[in-house]
Design a protein around this ligand. Structure first.
Ligand code: SF4
Length: 498
């Protein structure tokens, strides 16, 4: 006779247990994430990979207290699990996926320095009151970069592990030394061809001295033009002083000529926000729309160079810039909601970090910081600096960020030397006080040069930092917009796709 085991009728019941039973089961493990309030009712959770969830205020506290359960909070629980905020096991089953995604986010580091800035001359025919470089009058040939230094700069650029580098010519007014640019482009093209390296060439210019012949050379060598347009004529001419007060018309004529010869994508423009600009966000955006651009970069003035000497016109509270920025952004969003495409570039850089899994190698907003990792500057006099801002600081006689000289430069000393290590140690926001527990850390960056310039040391102090104040507010504002209207989220997606 076979004896059947005694069965427990309760164990095999198909009846649901009382809810308290499942509450006890609501055991999950916390994965690293941070959170921040957006307003009185909403907060945003951000994990180590930059994934985010917009939730009701108090949710982070409930998660941490293990009060979220898979029955009463079914949707939230699923989102938290799928987006790597919590895990059913102490080591997530998909930890390899998490590792791959983290590596992808940081893959801008894979190839090391891309942007090589050659300050080809310090001469300029403008006397802009906010100019970050201390310019000299245009007839001083001694302020052009020597060919030996151009050769040394190109030799260092060729040693970059990055297979695709950018060679950017800046000034002063770079076109005043066009013969040096021609020499540099030909030499760099030949050298790059020998070793199979790709180069993108960019000339930053106010376009006042541009000629048809210059642009034909640019077309032949696929050189991109980056110019400046500060808004309508009265703003542009007021910001960009020049004999004859014709900077605006010269810029527009130059842009038209660039488009004729290089095509519409061959020229882009940047705006700089002076104290005068602050009252005219809508007019400045409209100027860019009217001139046929499909984007604008609303930038504040950098706290370097001549900008600091003319405080009345250039120094303003960050909050005033933020008010200006938000008004300009609102106009841009409205224009998009009417069925047009027009992008704000700073928002687009941050949105790409928020809404996509891909890396963004934008020098001013990355961790580790962009200086040296992503950009190096060869000054007209042969000195080498860690970033564009670092050489502007040198124009104010502060040489803290000077890395060496092209006469004696050795790649390892410049890029991996003690100074480089010291600067980069201060440029990792995951480890900076204030940033290390900030929810916006994956979208933000670190700027040791600005910390040093405005606060006196490389590490900086976040509660009183202009960099932090600006980025904290802009990132929070973007999340509020994402949370407010699905149509705005669609607009933002269109910006990062294009
Ligand atoms: S700078 Fe400010 S906003 Fe940016 S990560 Fe640090 S604390 Fe956050």
């Amino acid at each position: 006779m076979i004896t059947l085991p005694v069965t427990n009728p309760k164990k095999h019941s198909r009846k649901f247990n009382d809810i308290s039973h499942y509450k006890k089961q609501a055991r999950y493990h916390l994965l690293p994430f941070r959170f921040i309030s957006l307003n009185n009712t909403r907060e945003v959770l951000v994990n180590e990979l930059g994934d985010f969830l917009l939730v009701d205020k108090g949710t982070a506290e409930r998660i941490v207290k293990h009060e979220i359960d898979s029955v009463n909070d079914l949707e939230l629980y699923a989102d938290l699990s799928a987006d790597f905020f919590i895990s059913d096991s102490s080591i997530p089953y998909l930890i390899e996926v998490m590792a791959t995604r983290y590596r992808t986010k940081k893959s801008f580091l894979d190839h090391f320095t891309a942007l090589h800035i050659f300050v080809i001359t310090l001469r300029c025919e403008h006397t802009c009151h906010y100019c970050q470089v201390s310019r000299v009058s245009e007839d001083k040939n001694s302020f052009d970069m020597h060919r030996a230094h151009i050769d040394s700069g190109i030799a260092l650029m060729m040693q970059s592990p990055n297979p695709h580098v950018t060679m950017e010519f800046q000034g002063g007014e770079a076109l005043l030394a066009f013969d040096q640019i021609v020499y540099a482009v030909k030499k760099a093209s030949d050298d790059a061809f020998q070793i199979g390296k790709q180069i993108t060439f960019v000339i930053c210019t106010n376009l006042a001295p541009v000629t048809r012949e210059m642009l034909l050379f640019c077309k032949e060598h696929n050189i991109i033009i980056s110019t400046s347009l500060d808004g309508p004529e009265f703003i542009h001419n007021s910001n960009r002083h020049k004999k004859g007060n014709d900077s605006y018309s010269l810029a527009l004529n130059g842009i038209a000529l660039c488009r004729e010869i290089l095509g519409n994508d061959g020229v882009s423009a940047l705006t700089t926000t002076s104290a005068l600009s602050l009252a005219y966000p809508n007019e400045i955006v409209q100027e860019y729309i009217d001139r046929g651009f499909n984007s604008i970069f609303l930038r504040p003035i950098s706290p370097y160079g001549f900008a600091t000497k003319n405080a009345k016109k250039n120094k303003y509270d960050t909050q005033l810039f933020l008010d200006f920025y938000k008004k300009g952004l609102a106009k841009i969003i409205d224009y998009n909601l009417e069925g047009n495409f027009f992008r704000e570039d700073y928002a687009s850089i941050i949105l790409k970090k928020i809404l996509s899994p891909f890396p963004v190698g934008y020098v001013d907003l990355q961790s580790p910081a962009g200086l040296i990792n992503n950009v190096i500057v060869f000054n007209y006099d042969g000195h080498i600096y860690a970033s564009d801002e670092a050489r502007m600081l040198a124009e104010m006689k502060d040489y803290t960020f000077q890395l060496g000289h092209l006469n004696t430069a050795n790649y390892n000393d410049i890029f991996y030397g003690d100074k480089a290590m010291e600067f980069l140690n201060a440029g990792i926001n995951e480890a900076l006080p204030g940033c290390s527990d900030c929810a916006f850390q994956p979208y933000c960056g670190a700027d040791p040069v600005q910390s040093y310039t405005t606060q006196g040391n490389l590490i900086g102090h976040r509660p009183s930092s202009v960099f932090c104040h600006k980025n904290m507010n802009i990132i929070r504002h973007l999340f509020e917009l994402i949370d407010s209207d699905k149509r705005i989220l669609n607009v933002f997606h269109s910006w990062i796709r294009n």
